[in-house]
Write a protein that binds this ligand. Structure first.
Ligand code: GAR
Length: 216
């Protein structure tokens, strides 16, 4: 493996493992987009496990319907973030997951978790980062009055919503849009770019220069 000056290349993906671990907290529509892309053959990957921090997350039913193993790890059962994240890492490692995909997983991850999967954790965020990080990015964008909104897939680093950007897509904000209609438009983008970005990262012909994600 050849490393550039930042020490990060996509070559780690060349172990041929395309096993995904998907972390969710809610309805799981982005998970469904991954399931659909795998089924359609447009995403060459296997979803090895879906882990939720919420017992009733709708995405768990989507996973079960697709025959994917599910795990519920409720953070309320752990004394600290470190303890919870350690349990998450153990579940993912047990299934030999090579890429972790956050899909509406509404928890901050500790630096130790990020270190356990260096440059192997992706997140989808419903805004054009670096604008509007944090909760409900779509609402923040709508309230701010932006004319263009969108979605971002990025590599997860210890800093919230701040890692190298793998993919973005945009949509016009109309005067008639409400927070809900804008969120719905952004969700369509999310479902398109997340499976695509996962494929790019798994293919492995990428590198990071500074904070720029560059693929061949
Ligand atoms: C998505 O809109 C995703 O971008 C957002 O949560 C929603 C999950 O929907 N994630 C974040 O805001 C992360 N900061 P889903 O459960 O239907 O995929």
């Amino acid at each position: 493996m050849v490393e550039n000056e930042t020490g990060h290349t996509g070559d780690v993906a060349h172990d041929d493992s395309r096993r995904l671990g998907v972390l969710i907290s809610g309805r799981g529509s982005n998970l469904q987009a991954m399931i659909n892309a795998v089924a359609a053959g447009s995403l060459d990957a296997e979803i090895a496990v879906v882990i939720s921090n919420k017992q009733g997350a709708g995405g768990l039913d989507r996973a079960r319907a697709a025959g994917i193993e599910t795990v519920v790890l409720e953070h309320t059962s752990y004394v600290s973030r470190e303890a919870y994240d350690g349990a998450l890492v153990a579940e993912l490692r047990r299934r030999e997951v090579s890429l972790v995909c956050l899909a509406g997983f509404m928890r901050l991850l500790s630096a130790n978790f990020v270190r356990a999967f260096p440059h192997r954790i992706l997140n989808i965020h419903p805004s054009l980062l670096p604008s509007f990080p944090g909760l409900r990015g779509q609402d923040q964008a709508w309230r701010h009055g932006v004319k263009v909104a969108g979605a971002t897939v990025h590599i997860v680093t210890p800093e919230l919503d701040a890692g190298p950007i793998v993919a973005q897509a945009t949509v016009a904000v109309e005067q008639t849009d409400t927070p809900d209609s804008l969120a719905a438009k952004i969700l369509v983008l999310e479902h398109r770019i997340y499976p695509e970005a996962i494929g790019v990262v798994l293919d492995g012909s990428w590198r990071i220069e500074g904070r720029r994600f560059l693929s061949d």
